[in-house]
Design a protein around this ligand. Structure first.
Ligand SMILES: O=C(O)CCC(=O)C(=O)O
Length: 353
């Protein structure tokens, strides 16, 4: 079969899903029943916004920076640090070329170009231990950092590092437990500002993402759009602080990770032409709202809010008995492994997300 035929077949597949489903996101004006949630969102694997789901949580009113300092100020927490980049872009308005700085973003776990080695790496953030007071000082601008700092551990961080405030939110989401027939695998605490963003990726979890303070914008793509993502295998690197300047520098590692290099905010269609066929669904989740982010949906996340943006999310293991997970494996092996020539992916079955 000609490669061109295969490309056309994938484009048809991507478009067929888009034509049937559009960019619709269901909004629940109040928390759904388990049955409603299962039928409307989980089974069709479609995102939804849930309003009024956690008005009763003490966190909604209590989680000011002063309160958090009083409960957790001296506790040592893990903070992910990334290089804080000012990106310069050209824009033509009325025939005049303007140079402007885009929102500076510190992308964690992202594909990053390193001018020293002239190579792109999958970069992991530098993890630093600091007191919660020191972190809030950074967020409030009382202390200065050359880096973007983000509390973003996804290891069930709430009960581990934030046990002093864990009771201010529910330990699980009742209607979601009932719909999925399980408890969450991990409950994570997120605290950052607009300097930090999370690059395009997917997770093998059903995700209930509650925004407690500020707002988060999710750019979403369905799993059917894997073909458009240009996922490729990148050598890993980690940010390490320079011993004298403390500025973060990339240190290459032996291992590699399949990752998506495209930034949907500034897509480079010359380098990533298949991304043209992708159709984003952009959802801004406001304070007090929850996003249901279905398993294996691609998402990039930005945030905005005075004095920091706080969220708690509930990760429920995805359902492995239907065809979704193996289909994603098929796409990765066929498109990234065979068609794009990353043959390691055909041998090594330890797929990453
Ligand atoms: O809030 C973020 O920055 C990222 C959230 C995310 O990627 C997730 O919950 O899977």
């Amino acid at each position: 079969m000609l490669e061109e035929d295969i490309d056309n077949i994938f484009v048809k597949y991507v478009k067929e899903y888009q034509d049937i489903n559009g960019t619709y996101v269901h909004v629940y004006e109040k928390p759904p029943t388990a049955l409603e949630f299962l039928r409307t969102s989980v089974h069709p694997n479609r995102p939804a916004v849930i309003k009024g789901g956690f008005e009763h949580w003490p966190a909604r009113t209590k989680w000011t920076n002063d309160y958090l300092r009083s409960k957790m100020g001296e506790t040592v927490v893990t903070v992910a640090g990334k290089c804080f980049l000012f990106l310069f872009f050209k824009k033509k308005t009325n025939g005049i070329l303007f140079f402007y700085t885009a929102t500076p973003n510190g992308y964690a776990d992202a594909v990053t170009y390193d001018p020293i080695t002239d190579k792109e790496y999958f970069t992991m953030p530098h993890e630093e231990q600091m007191t919660f007071n020191s972190f809030i000082d950074l967020i409030e601008g009382k202390a200065v950092s050359a880096n973007a700092n983000y509390i973003s551990l996804q290891n069930g961080s709430l009960p581990i590092e934030y046990s002093a405030i864990e009771k201010d939110v529910n330990q699980d989401i009742g209607w979601c437990n009932e719909a999925l027939g399980k408890q969450p695998d991990a409950v994570n605490f997120w605290f950052g500002d607009d300097k930090s963003a999370t690059s395009l990726h997917k997770d093998p979890y059903e995700n209930c993402y509650a925004v407690i303070r500020g707002q988060k914008t999710f750019i979403l793509y369905p799993p059917t759009e894997y073909y458009c993502m240009h996922e490729s295998l990148y050598q890993n690197a980690i940010y390490v602080p320079n011993e004298t300047t403390r500025k973060l520098e990339l240190s290459p590692l032996e291992s590699s990770t399949p990752w998506i290099p495209v930034n949907p905010l500034y897509p480079d269609f010359t380098k990533y032409p298949k991304f043209m066929h992708a159709c984003p669904i952009t959802v801004t989740v406001k304070e007090g709202e929850m996003l249901y982010l279905p398993a294996l949906w691609f998402h990039q996340v930005m945030q905005k809010g005075d004095e920091g943006v706080i969220a708690v999310n509930y990760w429920y293991d995805m359902e492995y008995t239907n065809s979704l997970f193996p289909t994603m494996g098929l796409f990765r092996r066929l498109i990234t492994g065979s068609m794009e020539g990353n043959r390691e992916l055909l041998v090594d079955e330890e797929d990453s997300d």
